[in-house]
Design a protein around this ligand. Sequence first.
Ligand SMILES: [Zn+2]
Length: 200
Amino acid sequence: MHHSKVGIINSDQALKQLIAGNKRYVASRQLHPNQSQQRRTELSNDQQPFAVILGCADSRVPPEVIFDCGLGDLFVVRIAGHVMNDLVLGSIEYAANHLHAPLIMVLGHSKCGSVQAAISGVGVVGHIARLTEAIQPALHEAQEQPGDLVNNAARANTKIITEQLKCSKPVLSTLVREGKLKVIPAFYDLDTGVVEILSD
Ligand SMILES: [Zn+2]
């Protein structure tokens, strides 16, 4: 089977598809789409993921599960605290520019261990310090806000990374300006399973 380029969806349709999948997951009405041997065969020479997810490495937040997606649907980059560096950015640029994924979702989550470590300093040994350093700007921003510091800082981190991606030169900022790409911050609640779209 050959994919027709006509079938590529736009940013808004991609976001709708993610939200619909998350609703199915929350309601325990998953379709488990695109996980068949046939789908694997269709994808053997090509991929056209409809969204990029930059998310936390946390074992409780697997994008394909919480968005009820399958093979070839999501281009997923996971790293603790979904922090950015040039290698992460290179992966994302590949998906957006080369594979033409129309949407990047930066996916934070509640009770994030990386944020907790950045706040408490507990367990910050070895290279973990590099991660907690990267979260400091978000922590600084959340410090004055009322409510739960961990979740506020995780939300702030999600928005900061979203802005960094949108403004990233030369690849992503150009795609955003041309209307070919949207970058959206979102937040996953570990207890309810709901993904909330954050205003940016
Ligand atoms: Zn986390």
